[in-house]
Write a protein that binds this ligand. Structure first.
Ligand code: ZN
Length: 104
């Protein structure tokens, strides 16, 4: 997926959040807690959590959200496309990119 398309999909997804939700997720990302490979802390994970969390919770919120929102597969794929690679630097860059997108 092209970066521009990935950004558009992620932006559209985040634009559905309330201002409060957006602020919470941005703070979570700012703390470096968002992670692609963790179902509580990936984009779908944070979107589906009532309270953002670091601890493993059983991933039910993630599973339910994905079941109810089939387009979330595309959203996840788009979020992955923000990663230049799967190194810690790639993850960091994706979080920065995400924060920029979610604020705009
Ligand atoms: Zn969780």
């Amino acid at each position: 997926m092209e970066l521009q398309e990935a950004r558009r999909i992620v932006r559209e997804f985040c634009s559905q959040w309330t201002t409060q939700k957006c602020c919470e997720v941005l703070a979570f990302a700012e703390d470096g807690k968002m992670r692609f490979d963790n179902r509580c802390k990936c984009l779908i994970g944070v979107a589906s959590s009532n309270v953002l969390h670091d601890e493993y919770c059983g991933e039910q919120h993630y599973a339910i959200f994905k079941y109810d929102n089939l387009d979330s597969f595309g959203v996840e794929s788009a979020y992955w496309s923000l990663h230049r690679d799967d190194s810690p630097q790639g993850e960091h860059q994706a979080r920065r990119d995400f924060q920029f997108i979610a604020k705009s």
